[in-house]
Design a protein around this ligand. Structure first.
Ligand SMILES: [Zn+2]
Length: 205
């Protein structure tokens, strides 16, 4: 009974989102052979390109100095760390090289160093602030592989927790993100500043 009511309410919400241009599609099966899959219908807005400015997101983000609106968490001379605006989970991060280059074999050694250095920083910040039980790493290289911006290399980190495929995607074809992007940005930015302070203290001993 409760399950039926939840399903009806969620379907109403999903239908009203679709009417407003959310572009919700039918979900893939959430559980297949015991492996839980994340289902994030709000990403269809992004995949469909609605409201997305033209040009390369990562080149634009590399140029801006406004970290908070651009959701940038940390920068190195040749790479930067940012939040994904259409996350699969809270704390879904991306590490991108600054230069518009498509693959690891096109990067210089210094660029590869900065990308990996920021990946390690992202791991530490997520561990300090969110304590995930696991992390999915991935890079989609080329449009056929699913890259939204296929010419600009970026690595995804998606933190995972036991049970993060909850009942909402199963019964309601939608998923509830438990916090806003600005809150996630503030928490991770603070965690990164704290890590930098502890590294400085360690170095001065
Ligand atoms: Zn680019």
């Amino acid at each position: 009974m409760v399950r039926r009511v939840v399903r009806r309410v969620v379907r109403q919400v999903v239908r009203s989102m679709a009417r407003r241009g959310g572009g919700v599609a039918r979900p893939a099966p959430v559980v297949r052979r015991g492996v839980a899959r994340l289902w994030a219908p709000w990403r269809m807005t992004y995949v469909g390109g609605a409201g997305t400015p033209p040009g390369c997101l990562f080149c634009r983000t590399a140029r801006t100095r406004a970290d908070r609106p651009a959701l940038v968490l940390a920068r190195r001379p040749r790479a930067f760390l940012m939040l994904n605006r259409f996350p699969y989970n809270p704390g879904h991060l991306m590490v991108a090289v600054r230069r518009h280059a498509a693959r690891f074999d096109q990067l210089t050694a210094d660029e590869r160093t900065d990308v990996i250095d920021l990946t390690a920083l992202a791991e530490r910040a997520l561990a300090a602030e969110y304590r995930p039980h696991g992390i999915n790493y991935g890079a989609n290289v080329g449009r056929v592989a699913g890259a939204g911006f296929p010419g600009h290399l970026h690595l995804h980190l998606v933190p995972r927790w036991d049970g993060d495929t909850n009942f909402m995607p199963v019964v309601g074809e939608t998923k509830v993100l438990p916090e806003s992007l600005t809150r996630t940005w503030s928490r991770l930015r603070r965690a990164i500043q704290g890590l930098a302070r502890s590294t400085d203290r360690g170095a001065s001993r």
